[in-house]
Design a protein around this ligand. Structure first.
Ligand SMILES: Nc1ncnc2c1ncn2[C@@H]1O[C@H](COP(=O)(O)OP(=O)(O)OP(=O)(O)O)[C@@H](O)[C@H]1O
Length: 642
């Protein structure tokens, strides 16, 4: 709706407008009023403006003016940015115009509000600059707060982490240090800030030798610009104690310049301890595994050798006295020397001692000293380190280690080379030894039972056996009496072996006849109990019916002693001239040579002399050695009687 200006209305209101204004009569084309804002904008006076025609004022823009005025007259108001006015100084002022129509005394009037567009734009720009500036400030305020917050959080993190953290400048002087580092190093941060950190905590290696700063990875980080990770180093505390550490030293680069480093470190004492005990445990497991493997291999060997673990059988006084001595010595742990001819049961005695001793939970390890080549003795006894000699491809424990906590049975102990006897003596005395190729001394707890069919005293006199070792072994001697000296043991032994053989060869139980016992007792048994066992086994194999027939070789029977009276079941009595030691040796020698001739020098395996003599091949080998007989001499010799 148009505004109405009454006749009494003064035109002063136009002066009161806040911006340039012009009141025109659109019909008469006259300027009815103008305010001083407009006059100032155009550099003219109000009076001058009022004297002008409207079309003159907007000279050259009549069509736009008419169109705009028409629009205002039609709609009551109009708006345009198409018109301009020329100021007194010829400056063209582009305008934003707002027109509104009113009535004065029934006549139409148009009020024009004119704004300098340039000025408006300037204002808007200034406004934008101002608001941008104000917004920027706010933004910066927010950023600043954010940074402060981040720094605070960083500080909290630095303080909260368990790792020690410190920074150093390019000279290595401490720039910051967190609480964990203070705690671990025992220094207060005020004492370290500004001080060269290397001299405080990293001056020496763990063994106390100086650690040059130039070789320090932390120092290198800000020299070469690379991150240095060290998993095995040592830091010192304020009180002079040290601890193992792992750390990362990261260089700090500012504007392309290396300005220092940040070190993050961790005390690895606990981890080391865990690693060490784990390593120890693994080694222990490895040792136990190795030991079990060795024991297993040994036991397998024993089983495959058909080890006979019978109880001691015999009713002779000799056996009764022997059992008494076994019971006497077994619990003491003393070393025992068992002497006696081959096959009389020396190993059986050793086993009996072990089985009744406190060591029976651990194994009895047997070493046949006659079967070990001289150069392998030491390794066999004490073991060796990998590479200790050609062929030592692995670490290997010896028999002493294997027997730790148990018993070591040294069979044929007289065969141990003189060179090794001293070392053996040391283990017996001190229970310590070293593996070949190792300096580390090992301790063991081993009871030694030695056995020999040699007269060790004679060996000592001949200088082939150390006297001190002899005394050490001979703490408690037990003699295993030859079978021919206790014929009353033949019947129970023969019955035992017959029972065993029948079971072993899946035969129905067989009985010994009176004649059988008689025949067995007539024979002298140079191979002792082992020979008796073999003879009975052979009979069980060859006998088809139920009647056993011991066809003992006539020559041997003839050469052997007469049967001995052993009780009511004994057949006949015997008086014989006992053989002298020398005769016995000669007889043994001839017997072996005869066997070698028949077997053409073959000792081991089927058809070998050992089989023929019903001896263990290793036993025969050691006897041949003792008698200085070389089986190779008989390779091409044919026994005259064969
Ligand atoms: N009194 C006994 N009771 C039962 N078996 C026996 C007896 N004496 C010996 N034997 C048996 O005779 C065989 C030979 O015994 P053993 O191996 O102990 O003799 P050795 O004297 O150690 O022989 P070598 O000197 O040849 O090593 C074994 O099978 C053993 O079990």
């Amino acid at each position: 709706m148009n505004a109405v200006i009454t006749p009494q209305t003064s035109l002063d209101w136009i002066e009161a407008l806040p911006e340039p204004g012009l009141l025109v009569d659109p019909v008469r084309d006259t300027v009815e009023a103008a305010n001083s804002h407009l006059a100032r904008m155009l550099g003219r006076s109000v009076a001058e403006l009022v004297s002008l025609r409207v079309t003159t004022l907007f000279g050259g823009q009549i069509p736009q003016l008419v169109s705009l005025t028409d629009e205002a007259m039609t709609h009551g108001q109009a708006w345009s940015r198409d018109l301009s006015l020329v100021a007194r100084d010829e400056r063209v002022i582009e305008l934003e115009m707002s027109l509104s129509v009113m009535t004065e005394a029934g006549e139409p009037r148009v009020l024009m509000l004119l704004r300098d567009l340039t000025l408006l734009r300037e204002r808007r720009e200034r406004h934008e600059i101002n608001s941008y500036h104000r917004g920027g400030l706010l933004h910066w305020k927010r950023v600043e707060t954010l940074f402060r917050e981040i720094e605070r959080e960083n500080q909290l993190i630095l303080e909260a982490v368990g790792e020690g953290i410190y920074g150093v400048d390019a000279e290595g002087r401490t720039t910051f240090i967190n609480s964990a580092a203070e705690r671990m190093l025992g220094w207060h941060r005020d004492e370290l800030l500004g001080r060269v950190m290397h001299t405080a905590i990293h001056h020496s290696h763990s063994d106390g030798t100086p650690h040059q700063r130039e070789c320090c990875p932390i120092y290198q980080a800000f020299c070469d610009g690379a991150v240095h990770r060290v998993s095995d180093d040592f830091f010192w505390r304020r009180d002079g104690s040290g601890f193992p550490v792992e750390y990362t030293s990261t260089p700090i680069v500012d504007n392309g310049q290396l300005v220092g480093a940040v070190v993050v470190f961790r005390d690895i004492t606990d981890r080391r301890r865990t690693e060490d005990s784990l390593k120890e445990a693994l080694e222990e497991v490895e040792n136990l595994k190795h030991r079990l493997e060795m024991e297993n291999a040994y036991l397998q060997e024993e089983i495959s050798a058909e080890h006979n673990a019978h109880e001691i059988v015999g009713r002779s006084e000799a056996v009764a006295a022997m059992i008494q001595r076994i019971d006497l010595v077994a619990p003491t742990g003393a070393n025992v020397l068992v002497t006696g001819e081959s096959g009389t049961g020396k190993e059986l005695i050793a086993r009996a001692i072990h089985n009744v001793s406190e060591r029976s939970e651990r194994p009895m390890i047997r070493v046949n000293c006659a079967a070990i080549p001289a150069e392998l003795f030491e390794s066999e006894f004490f073991g060796h380190a990998k590479g200790a000699f050609t062929g030592a491809v692995n670490d290997r424990g010896g028999r002493f280690e294997l027997a730790d906590g148990g018993t070591l049975f040294l069979d044929e102990v007289g065969e141990i080379p003189l060179s090794l006897q001293g070392k053996l003596l040391r283990v017996l005395q001190e229970q310590t030894f070293e593996r070949i190729g190792e300096t580390h001394t090992r301790s063991v707890d081993v009871r030694v039972i030695a056995a020999t069919n040699r007269d060790l005293k004679t060996e000592v006199e001949a200088g082939r056996f150390r006297e001190d070792l002899y005394f050490r072994l001979n703490v408690f001697p037990i003699e295993s009496v030859p079978l021919r000296e206790r014929p009353e043991d033949i019947p129970p032994l023969a019955q035992l072996f017959l029972r065993n053989a029948c079971r072993r060869f899946h035969r129905a139980p067989l009985e010994l006849s009176h004649a059988n016992v008689e025949a067995l007792q007539r024979y002298s048994w140079p191979g002792n109990v082992r020979e008796l066992e073999n003879v009975i086994e052979r009979q069980v194999i060859v006998t088809r019916g139920r009647k056993l027939n011991f066809d003992l070789p006539a020559d041997r029977e003839a050469a052997g002693p007469e049967p001995v009276a052993v009780g009511p079941e004994a057949v006949g009595t015997a008086q014989q001239r006992p053989l002298t030691e020398a005769e016995k040796r000669e007889q043994e020698r001839e017997n072996m040579i005869s066997a070698l001739r028949q077997c053409r020098g073959k000792v081991f395996g089927q058809g070998g002399a050992a089989e023929l003599l019903e001896l263990k091949p290793t036993t025969l080998a050691s006897r041949l050695k003792r008698h200085g007989i070389d089986p190779r001499q008989y390779r091409n010799v044919r026994d005259a009687g064969a």
